[in-house]
Ligand binder design. Structure first.
Ligand SMILES: [Zn+2]
Length: 232
């Protein structure tokens, strides 16, 4: 019944936006991977319940993660997995290049919810080496949506042009800009009203900058942590 209603809603949308020409029945080509995902999901849910019969009941009752993770959308950097945390222990925001922008309502909303409502005590900005978003900032400008998004990274590259130029090759410049980008986002975070207000009212809140190495799966602390309650 719900499937019928959902299709009806989609058809209604397509009446108002005929140019979308919604295809309500995906072809076998598009569907070939998807049934396996539902099988995987059932197996995962069953495993969770076997290990901990009250797992889902507890998750429904409360969400109280200590950590907000701001990371890259890259599929090779799954936040919970690389730090070994189960569901419910990491509040996650991801985008291309792990960028924190003052005009990004999505990121600002996640931050506000994490700090004001969930009372997270740590914010981790986690970049990664060999980041495609960072690499794009070394390429030519385009008219694509990504161009507007990575303008921030191009600006960081410009700010550190001398340091980057002194490095041995393009790969070294790429990896260093991955680090510099994390540092810049930590700096932006520390000036956002949600964070500043939390510090002003004495709420424990620290911001950290980490980087993940795709080549060995290891995280590294860039040692730029900021905690207004414990300066220095
Ligand atoms: Zn990336």
């Amino acid at each position: 019944m719900s499937g019928f209603l959902n299709r009806l809603i989609l058809r209604t949308v397509s009446w108002f936006f005929p140019h979308l020409s919604l295809r309500l029945k995906a072809s076998p080509f598009f569907m070939r991977y998807l049934p396996q995902l539902f099988l995987n999901n059932r197996a995962w849910a069953s495993q969770q319940t076997c290990q901990d019969p009250e797992f889902f009941e507890r998750l429904c009752a409360i969400q109280k993660p200590e950590l907000l993770w701001i990371g890259c959308a890259d599929s090779r950097v799954p936040a919970n997995e690389i730090v070994g945390l189960p569901s419910g222990e990491l509040f996650v925001h991801r985008n291309v290049g792990n960028i924190v922008r003052r005009d990004d309502q999505n990121c600002l909303s996640v931050l506000q919810y994490a700090v004001d409502i969930l009372q997270t005590t740590h914010i981790i900005v986690c970049g990664h080496y060999h980041c495609g978003g960072i690499q794009a900032a070394f390429g030519p400008c385009t008219q694509d949506p990504l161009e507007g998004w990575i303008a921030t990274i191009r600006a960081i590259r410009q700010t550190h042009a001398d340091e980057l130029a002194a490095l041995v090759d393009d790969d070294a410049r790429w990896q260093r800009l991955c680090e510099l980008n994390v540092l810049a986002q930590v700096g932006v975070l520390s000036t956002l009203p949600t964070v500043v207000r939390a510090w002003e009212r004495g709420q424990p809140l620290a911001i950290h900058g980490w980087i993940y190495d795709l080549r060995n799966g290891l995280l590294r602390d860039l040692e730029v942590s900021i905690n207004a309650n414990q300066p220095g």
